[in-house]
Ligand binder design. Structure first.
Ligand code: ISE
Length: 323
């Protein structure tokens, strides 16, 4: 049976989803929505789909099995809830919501639907290098420390702290929860700025299992670079970097690093599209779900509070929120 999918948001991420979904067998991107008409039309052309500027109409449109939500972050929760209520499965880009309250509202809407409906685009879980670290960790005994490094190339615009956390560090927060199988109990965050511009964020988390996590995040640097190191009782696992040749030329030696996540995580996005649609066919959510989106957003909120107050912030267990 062919799955009919609507894609909401036709920016860089939306177009990546349109390309990956269209390449799958028995998956049809039927309609693309974007508030900017030219973007909707260009996105729709990739898949030979219809286009519209009406996002909410796509979230609730009859005849669609599922929707991808890749519109601006502050529209995610509302569109996801509308789609759930219209009986559609959702792949919602991260963050699930921009506030903990809204993320909780999505979790509650899904609970009311009585079945798993929502996957969140925390796609590091599909990256082969991350997965290799996870398998290596199985042989290395208890985890002591995770060191996650995330370097961006956002030179063109200045993102405020909440956006840096909920768009970028949210990935590392999910990686830490996923690789450790544990939850953050405290978090401390420190920010390096030049005036209002954010240059660097250091996050230190304590996990329930006793291990610690550091995230070292650079906002605008030499390239797009993600590193993972797990130190365990019996050794370490370090993620492989993408294979690029060393090129020697003009008296120098170079190895390409890349400057965006689409290049670094091409394979992960493709696998995510395949796994999500396979789950949709059998009414399962096989990847990160709404509870993960909420858990990550709670750590984001605690980290922002810490960055602003200078204090170490504790997190209560998620079940105490009724989630
Ligand atoms: C971006 O939105 C992403 O999702 C990338 O994976 C992340 O590395 C980057 O920091 C974000 O801005």
């Amino acid at each position: 049976m062919s799955l009919r999918i609507g894609v909401i948001g036709a920016g860089g991420m939306g177009r990546e989803h349109i390309r990956n979904l269209s390449a799958l067998e028995d998956v049809e991107v039927a309609v693309v929505a974007d508030a900017v008409e030219a973007a909707a039309v260009a996105g729709a052309q990739i898949a030979g789909a219809k286009s519209t500027i009406d996002s909410i109409a796509v979230a609730t449109q009859e005849g669609l099995d599922a929707v991808v939500i890749a519109s601006p972050d502050d529209t995610h929760a509302e569109l996801t809830i509308a789609a759930i209520r219209a009986g559609k499965k959702v792949l919602c880009e991260k963050p699930l919501a921009v506030t903990v309250e809204d993320a909780l509202a999505v979790v509650h809407a899904e609970q009311a639907a009585g079945q798993p409906m929502v996957q969140v685009g925390l796609m590091r879980v599909y990256d082969p290098a991350h997965q290799q670290v996870q398998s290596a960790m199985l042989e290395l005994g208890p985890l002591h420390h995770l060191r996650l490094v995330h370097r961006n190339t956002n030179f063109d615009w200045e993102r405020p702290l909440d956006v840096v956390f909920s768009q970028s560090l949210i990935h590392d927060i999910h990686t830490a929860r996923w690789l450790s199988g544990s939850e953050f109990v405290t978090v401390v965050a420190q920010v390096v700025r030049t005036g209002a511009r954010i240059n660097y964020v250091n996050l230190l988390g304590q996990l329930q299992n006793g291990a610690t996590v550091t995230v070292e995040f650079a906002e605008a640097t030499y390239g797009y670079d993600v590193e993972i190191e797990a130190t365990c009782e019996e050794g370490m696992a370090i993620a492989a970097q993408p294979a690029h040749p060393v090129v020697r030329r003009d008296g120098a030696s170079h190895r390409h690093i890349g400057d965006d996540w689409f290049g670094r995580f091409t394979e992960a996005y493709r696998i995510e599209a395949a796994e999500w649609t396979a789950g949709v066919r059998v009414a399962q959510v096989r990847g990160p779900g709404s509870a993960d989106g909420l858990a990550a957003q709670r750590v984001v909120a605690a980290a922002i509070e810490s960055a602003e107050s200078g204090a170490r912030v504790a997190l209560a267990p998620q079940h105490e929120l009724g989630a």
